[in-house]
Design a protein around this ligand. Structure first.
Ligand code: FMN
Length: 214
């Protein structure tokens, strides 16, 4: 393990500390949009990937990466299997957190909120837009269940390929969720650990804003 730690120390770190005046925004969505644009301009990989954390009935948190696919009426949308571990945890406890990390810019955004299933019409439309192979995958994969052998999954893929020659409907076990944010934290790394932290908390229909010690 010591070797790995030494490798971390010598690994490449080339941050860009953007000097944007981001404390001027009264609305976290405007700042979110600008940071997404900055991340794209600076060629961050997987800009729309975020870590979704959930807590189920055991009280143990679990995290995984998913893609932000839309923002509908200020709610953050991702798609997944409704029988998966994350979905079971969300149905037990709808409070989730989201984390975007854009290393080149030394930035992270933390969001906390309440997660519910998306209206079926959006899931239908998004599913329809996906490539055939992804649609088949959604039918074939029992996400988060034990897979005894890869051949099991390959067999299931074959079954659905044969079953759906033409149109592939959205499986009932697959669809979107939307997260309604109640808390945002924008973190900008700075040299000498004088990092900026700007917190937005919801207050009825408006947002309160304050800074926090790094
Ligand atoms: C970059 C990236 C993007 C991913 N996007 C999704 C996604 O949008 N939806 C999804 O269900 N899983 C996605 N995954 C896979 C999840 O991280 C995870 O393995 C899967 O959802 C099962 O999680 P669970 O067992 O905790 O429910 C992605 C993984 C990576 C690394």
């Amino acid at each position: 393990m010591k070797d790995i730690i030494d490798k971390f120390r010598s690994s490449h770190k080339d941050f860009k500390y953007l000097d944007s005046k981001f404390d001027q925004f009264s609305n976290p969505y405007d700042l979110f949009e600008i940071w997404v644009e900055n991340a794209i301009e600076h060629k961050e990989l997987e800009v729309n990937a975020f870590v979704l954390s959930t807590v189920g009935d055991t009280g143990q948190s679990s995290s995984r990466v998913v893609y932000l696919k839309d923002i509908i009426e200020k709610e953050f949308v991702f798609y997944t299997n409704y029988n998966s571990k994350k979905s079971k945890e969300i149905s037990f406890n709808s409070k989730v957190s989201m984390l975007f990390f854009w290393p080149k810019l030394s930035r992270q955004i933390r969001i906390q909120g309440t997660c519910v299933k998306l209206d079926e019409k959006y899931s239908d439309a998004y599913f329809e837009s996906r490539p055939r192979s992804s649609k088949i995958g959604a039918w074939a994969s029992n996400q988060s269940d034990v897979l005894k052998d890869v051949s099991e999954l390959e067999d299931r893929i074959k079954i659905y390929q044969d079953k759906f020659k033409d149109h592939i409907p959205r499986p009932i076990h697959w669809g979107g969720y939307k997260v309604k944010p109640e808390y945002f934290e924008f973190w900008q790394g700075r040299p000498s650990r004088l990092h900026d932290r700007i917190i937005y908390t919801i207050n009825d229909d408006s947002w309160d804003k304050h800074k926090q010690n790094p």
